[in-house]
Design a protein around this ligand. Structure first.
Ligand SMILES: [Zn+2]
Length: 446
């Protein structure tokens, strides 16, 4: 059976244990920090639409997810069992929420003594490496998304592929995914899983990313692998393992389908000179609504992701675009537990009627659409904009997505394709979202 109300909860499950603690433990300075987190039960009515094989698949994906969760600990913290020595249960729970000793929602401020500042290099690189040493290291794979940098016995640097560095875990992941392949009935899902196994084994993810783009009809989706590079603050290239298990909301996805065909037209409408908008987004990009039933690894650290725009590989963007997945049950929880309380504080009472979940939904949805558009190559040298932006790329990309998202909403409304939704509602919610972002210093929270 799929237990969607226990294994997926993470924060909520931990917190209920804490409330049973003695009064002595409740005096912990970490108690207030843990209680900043709202408890939400991740549920999905969509489970009832799954057949027995799909439910079996979900269970296997949970198991793969657990392995990627442990890999993420290894990549960004090290030996997770070190935390077993923490006697303050609140401090321990906070460390579990943040996957380490540093508060991810407070600029990685250390909250456990003895661990120091979070290293920019995490465990992707030798802890004592310098920027100069890395620059001087002559190796074609040193900036690969899928290599770690280690030292040879003589102290010199070497690149090691993830599938070699984490061979034991990758072996277990692939064995589980082989089982999943035999259960998968949807041809798109089957093809993706087969190619993903190869990707885990070789660290060449392109074919499986393309197969994931072609996976249009599966009710169960499984995003898994080394994907985002948020934790590599040294080079912003090394990717962290994570897994999402998602169930497709087919009815709501149909409502969104009409926007996909509009992407090339939207790109042409961008308010900039023509030479900056020659990139043509792939028309097989899709925009769908899901319920999230499991988070593991990177996407579960600190805050929960509520919208996904993947793959990150620009070669896939050019060939097929990206897929945008809106995680509706998580979005609704964030709206109820975070956005509304802030809105009630900062929005004048007569305007609070403009705070509604649908406005939030559209705001976040178009933020994601905006990630897929814009300038991808420099106009003078045809280089990747991401590569040229270097460590500045993430901040500017998020700022672009926010502003461009609002611009596009206005344009879409002019085309009268959006359901009756006063723009004021969306702008109001955008403002509340921004207060939240500024307070938390992180886009990922929302
Ligand atoms: Zn974003």
């Amino acid at each position: 059976m799929i237990n969607l109300s226990a294994s997926v909860l993470g924060v909520a499950a931990m917190a209920s244990t804490l409330f049973a603690c003695s009064s002595q433990q409740q005096e912990s300075p970490m108690k207030a920090k843990v209680e900043e987190y709202a408890h939400v039960e991740l549920k999905s009515d969509l489970v009832s639409g799954l057949n027995d094989k799909e439910k079996e698949l979900v269970k296997i994906f949970f198991q793969v997810g657990e392995i990627t969760d442990n890999l993420f600990w290894k990549q960004t913290f090290g030996d997770k069992s070190k935390l077993d020595t923490i006697t303050d249960p609140y401090a321990k729970e906070f460390a579990m929420i943040h996957y380490g000793a540093w508060d991810r929602l407070d600029n990685n401020k250390p909250f456990l003594s003895g661990y120091g500042e979070k290293l920019d290099v995490c465990n992707y690189y030798p802890h004592d490496i310098t920027a100069e040493e890395f620059e001087a290291f002559d190796d074609a794979n040193k900036d690969s998304w899928y290599t770690v940098i280690r030292r040879n016995d003589d102290g010199s640097l070497k690149s090691v592929w993830y599938h070699e560095a984490y061979a034991e875990e990758i072996g277990r992941i692939c064995a589980l995914l082989e089982k999943a392949v035999t259960l998968a009935e949807d041809p798109g899902l089957k093809n993706y899983l087969e190619k993903r196994i190869e990707a885990f084994k070789t660290d060449d993810y392109l074919a499986s990313d393309l197969a994931w783009m072609d996976m249009k009809d599966s009710k169960v989706d499984f995003v898994t692998g080394p994907i985002e590079s948020y934790d590599d603050m040294f080079r912003e290239t090394k990717t962290s393992y994570e897994s999402f298990v998602l169930l497709k909301d087919e009815a709501r996805s149909k409502d969104l389908a009409k926007f996909v065909s509009m992407l090339p037209a939207l790109q042409k409408e961008l308010p900039c000179a023509p030479e900056y908008k020659t990139f043509v987004p792939g028309t097989s990009s899709d925009l769908n609504v899901y319920d999230a039933v499991y988070y593991a690894g990177d996407c579960n650290a600190g805050s929960k992701t509520i919208a996904i725009n993947l793959p990150n590989d620009e070669r896939v963007h050019a060939l097929k675009g990206t897929r945008r997945l809106q995680l509706r049950n998580s979005m609704k929880a964030k709206f109820d537990k975070i956005l509304m309380p802030i809105g009630e504080l900062i929005v004048t009472p007569e305007q609070q009627k403009y705070l509604n979940f649908d406005a939030f939904f559209w705001n976040v949805t178009f933020h994601e659409v905006a990630h897929g558009l814009g300038v991808k190559q420099t106009i003078n040298t045809n280089e990747s904009v991401d590569a040229v932006m270097g460590t500045e790329k993430t901040s500017w990309e998020e700022a672009k997505a926010d502003i461009l998202g609002l611009f596009m909403l206005k344009w879409v409304k002019l085309q009268t394709l959006l359901p009756k939704m006063p723009l004021l509602l969306i702008l109001q919610v955008f403002c509340v979202r921004y207060v939240l972002v500024l307070h938390r210093h992180t886009e990922r929270l929302i």
